[in-house]
Design a protein around this ligand. Structure first.
Ligand code: TIU
Length: 233
């Protein structure tokens, strides 16, 4: 039985075999969510991103309960910054740059306290964690190979920030043939109007990049999968 999520611009059909569905959580890191990190260094009001944590936690719990693939990503660079192009390093003009020592350790450097995922959404052993040097999660990472190996065809895309790493990843995934849905209340931007525009532009033109839906609609479809599992034949 195929399950449908009420979505825009029309219903999103989950794969019949739910093991082909993955939850992708983009960059829910202290560097973007807390004062003293990269997002703050770029001049943003970082605390507004906290609003999505409860909904994202609930969606993550549903995926874990069903034993489905969860992918966490972390935007970061090697300590020697060899994977950070000068164009990225020099952009921004803030007081702190990538690699500089900040209150949570070196900004956007792998392994530093500020670079880690927030404790509420910490990956569990066995979940996929992708370290990425770019905005998109496919660029210069093993993500495509890992998804292919698991037979994943459908992605629920979440995390921060909507119009930067989340949208870039969803566009990369769409071009690679994945059926993608952006979960509206599980993604946030420093700029509310950019979030709204992103949601509208991905689902415009008949879903040119994919679908959007609130997490309640996704959870309802996943709950229906459990009912169909136990229903008598
Ligand atoms: N600055 C900004 O909005 N975002 C990023 O730099 N990275 C991510 O979106 N993760």
């Amino acid at each position: 039985m195929s399950l449908k999520v009420e979505a825009l611009p029309y219903e999103y059909e989950l794969p019949e075999d739910l093991s082909k569905l993955a939850l992708v959580i983009i960059d829910m890191q202290r560097d973007f969510m807390e004062p003293g990190g990269f997002g703050d260094a770029l001049g943003n009001d970082v605390l507004r991103l906290q609003a999505i944590v409860p909904a994202l936690k609930e969606l993550l719990a549903a995926f874990r309960a069903l034993g489905l693939t969860v992918v966490h990503t972390i935007e970061c660079h090697q300590p020697d910054l060899s994977d950070c192009p000068p164009s990225k390093l020099n952009r921004g003009g803030g007081a702190l740059k990538i690699g500089d020592e900040g209150p949570m350790g070196r900004i956007l450097v792998r392994g530093e306290p500020g670079n880690g995922i927030i404790p509420e959404l910490a990956p569990l052993p066995g979940e996929v964690v992708i370290h990425k040097p770019g905005k998109g999660a496919f660029y210069a990472t093993p993500l495509g190979a890992i998804l292919a190996e698991r037979g994943i065809t459908h992605l629920l895309v979440t995390g921060v920030t909507t119009e930067v790493c989340v949208q870039t990843t969803m566009r990369e995934a769409n071009d690679r043939g994945y059926e993608c849905l952006m979960v509206e209340d599980c993604t946030e931007s420093y700029f509310p109007e950019f979030k709204q525009s992103t949601l509208e532009m991905v689902r415009a033109q008949g879903g040119i990049v994919g679908w959007t839906a609130p997490s309640t609609n996704v959870l309802a479809a996943l709950a229906a999968s459990r009912v169909s599992e136990v229903a008598p034949a």
